[in-house]
Design a protein around this ligand. Structure first.
Ligand code: AP5
Length: 209
């Protein structure tokens, strides 16, 4: 799943993973859990994430190799937040070719910058299970508590407008070349990310069916 920060990758990846009965692999969620648990990776990643920068490729490749070897990823997975550089994309292609499980589709969720800033300003997340809410379009049932585990919802440490604008710049410089990489491989499908969440899910499902 490709797209700018706040495009709805996490929201859609979770719904699609459930729909198709496969794992949802979010590198952002893995890193936030590592930061909270103060693991070696988490301690290294925190300052990059807070500043809106990408974590170095060698660290991310180790993280993704380990995660994709987990039993729940054996039947397939929706990748959200990875790859974000051409180096990561090439390494992923090699990794999955070696495993005999090539990528089937790459979906790019298109959302303009103004909508992104608005979406991120309205977002709340559960620090325990990672579920994402919007105070405009996907409110929790009880005031600012997660529907799943009732944990108080939080704003992420990389959500201030200046950090979001920086993440958008990094997306343009480092992640947009990944779009061309997958277009050249014939795997890319573009989906309009504007509209109700369920409609966007249907558009994506139609592209990957
Ligand atoms: P990560 O967590 O992956 O952040 P991101 O890609 O910037 O994306 P977001 O999580 O901000 O947004 P999203 O597209 O998932 O949108 P969401 O569904 O939440 O990465 C965070 C950091 O980790 C990076 O900056 C980097 O430091 C590091 N990192 C991670 N992976 C890395 C890698 N591979 N290499 C290097 N570094 C890495 O939706 C946003 C809001 O919009 C929500 O409130 C949602 O409810 C709402 N919404 C969703 N869909 C709709 C809709 N259709 N209409 C209206 N609102 C909607």
């Amino acid at each position: 799943m490709l797209g700018p920060p706040g495009a709805g990758k996490g929201t859609q990846a979770a719904l699609l993973a459930e729909k198709f009965g496969v794992a949802h692999v979010s590198t952002g969620d893995i890193l936030r859990a590592a930061v909270a648990a103060e693991t070696d990776v988490g301690l290294r990643a925190k300052s990059y994430m807070d500043a809106g920068n990408l974590i170095p490729d060698d660290v991310m490749l180790e993280v993704i190799r380990e995660r994709l070897s987990d039993p729940d990823a054996k039947e397939g997975f929706v990748l959200d937040g990875f790859p974000r550089t051409v180096v990561q994309a090439q390494a992923l292609l090699d990794l999955l070719a070696d495993a005999g499980t090539p990528i089937e589709r790459v979906v790019l969720i298109d959302v303009p910058d103004e909508a992104i800033i608005e979406r991120i300003e309205s977002r709340l997340s559960c620090p325990r299970c990672g579920r994402v809410y919007s105070m405009k379009t996907r409110k929790p049932r009880h005031d600012q508590l997660c529907d799943v585990d009732e944990t108080p919802l939080v704003r992420r440490s990389d959500e201030s407008e200046d950090v979001v604008r920086k993440r958008l710049g990094i997306y343009r410089d480092q992640t947009m070349p990944v779009i061309g990489f997958y277009a050249d491989c014939g795997l890319l499908r573009r989906v309009d990310g504007i509209g109700p969440v369920t409609e966007v899910t249907e558009r994506i499902a139609a592209e990957i069916a």
